[in-house]
Design a protein around this ligand. Structure first.
Ligand SMILES: *Cc1c(COP(=O)(O)O)cnc(C)c1O
Length: 398
């Protein structure tokens, strides 16, 4: 029995079956490469779902985490610490200033914070309902799930206490029709991540900004998957210069350490009164130090421009592949989906893994790529070069 098979059998016995059994047990990584417990190497093109922004074993992250853990790992919110203050200041600066932050352990919790802000805003101004998008994803807690449009994960746990109205994603006219002066808040992803890296028509975020300005609804941007360089900008909203009222982020922020944030701009930064919200672990010193190391490395190494360049190289390489199973490629920066002509994403994911590449079958007909932001041009070309044989192998599966 391989070490992979041994761990998979023990995993299956010890864990709830909600994830199924993952195909590999990973042991270590360096740069954009990871190794499984049997010593096989893979080029990591999914980065733990857009999380490992500096790749694996990055010295800046490892040193910041080790030093902070040795100095002080936890304070709770009964005491403050310098790393959280520096992180909140930095996030506000990167988002354009005039905002206040709340730090969390995850994306879902960042959205719970945004939702509580929106509920309080709605109660204060007599606004009773929320607007979100079909197929959108905002997390799996009962609050975040209320806003999640993806039917398969939403249905089993309803009904929901909040009045959430769903509109087709990317349709500015449908959004305008759904948002009235009774709407408390609109929750939007800048590109739908879990739905398969689906970008809207250009101008959608700017249109959402105008609709919210006209009606007084809060514009909440869920940038949990898109923020901190993934699209070649710190935040995806910056591509359209359509600043939301509330912004959530998480995944890539800590480079693998659990940390998220909710930012609220202008007067919305002071919606909560003392006692309105809290978290024991949120913004803990180790996660805050990790996030500061991620941001400092992106700045020092010019990774925003690098993401744009390597993202183009990856897309050009994939677009040059002529194969009956491949319909095209969409997305921005190092956040892309290969669109298939048939529901064979599972087979493509497995064939890629067998060829030494980790990718994600995000939808039956879409493969998500969200590699470390440090992915090299040579690594992007290596994947594009291997793609025809991967698609051939997947095509043979039935
Ligand atoms: C991943 C994700 C979430 C949930 O974040 P968790 O860290 O898994 O709780 C919410 N919204 C979007 C857009 C996401 O991609």
């Amino acid at each position: 029995m391989t070490r992979n098979d041994d761990l998979k059998a023990r995993y299956e016995a010890a864990f709830m079956p909600n994830y199924g059994v993952p195909p590999l047990a990973l042991a270590r990584g360096a740069g954009s490469t990871v190794w499984d417990v049997d010593g096989n190497a893979y080029l990591d093109l999914i980065a733990g779902i857009a999380v490992s922004s500096l790749g694996h074993g990055h010295p800046a992250l490892a040193e910041a985490v080790a030093a902070q853990a040795a100095a002080l790992a936890h304070t709770s919110n009964l005491f403050l610490h310098e790393p959280e203050v520096r992180l909140a200041e930095k996030l506000v600066e990167l988002a354009g200033g005039d905002a206040r932050a709340f730090l969390t352990n995850s994306g879902t919790e960042a959205n719970e914070c945004a939702l509580k802000l929106a509920i309080k805003y709605g109660k204060t101004h007599g606004r009773s309902y929320f607007v979100a998008t079909e197929n959108g994803f905002h997390g799996r807690s009962m609050g975040a799930l209320s806003l999640t449009g993806k039917q398969s994960i939403r249905e089993p746990f309803g009904p929901y206490a909040l009045d959430v109205r769903f509109v087709p994603y990317g349709d500015a006219a449908a959004l305008e029709a759904a948002v009235t002066a009774d709407c408390a808040a609109v929750f939007l992803e800048p590109t739908q991540g879990e739905a398969g890296v689906v970008p809207p028509q250009p101008g959608y975020f700017a249109a959402a900004r105008r609709v919210c300005d006209a009606t007084g609804a809060l514009f909440v941007a869920d940038e949990i998957q898109s923020a901190i360089g993934r699209t070649g900008a710190w935040f995806a909203f910056q591509h359209e210069d359509a600043r939301p009222d509330v912004l959530t982020l998480a995944k890539g922020l800590g480079g693998g350490l659990p940390v998220g944030a909710c930012l609220a701009f202008g007067a919305h930064g002071s919606i909560f009164a003392k006692g309105d919200h809290g978290s024991t672990f949120g913004g803990n010193p180790v996660s805050a130090a990790a996030a500061l190391a991620v941001i400092a490395t992106i700045e020092a190494d010019g990774l925003l421009d690098h993401v744009t360049e390597v993202g183009e190289i990856l897309t050009e390489g994939v677009a040059a592949v002529d194969h009956p199973l491949l319909a095209g490629v969409r997305g921005r920066g190092l956040w892309r989906a290969l669109v298939l002509t048939a529901a064979k994403a599972g087979a493509v994911e497995a064939a890629a893994r067998a060829a030494g590449f980790l990718v994600n079958a995000v939808q039956p007909d879409a493969i998500r790529l969200a590699p470390p932001l440090i992915l090299t041009a040579a690594e992007a070309r290596a994947f594009a070069g291997a793609l025809p044989a991967i698609l051939d192998a997947a095509d043979k599966e039935n």
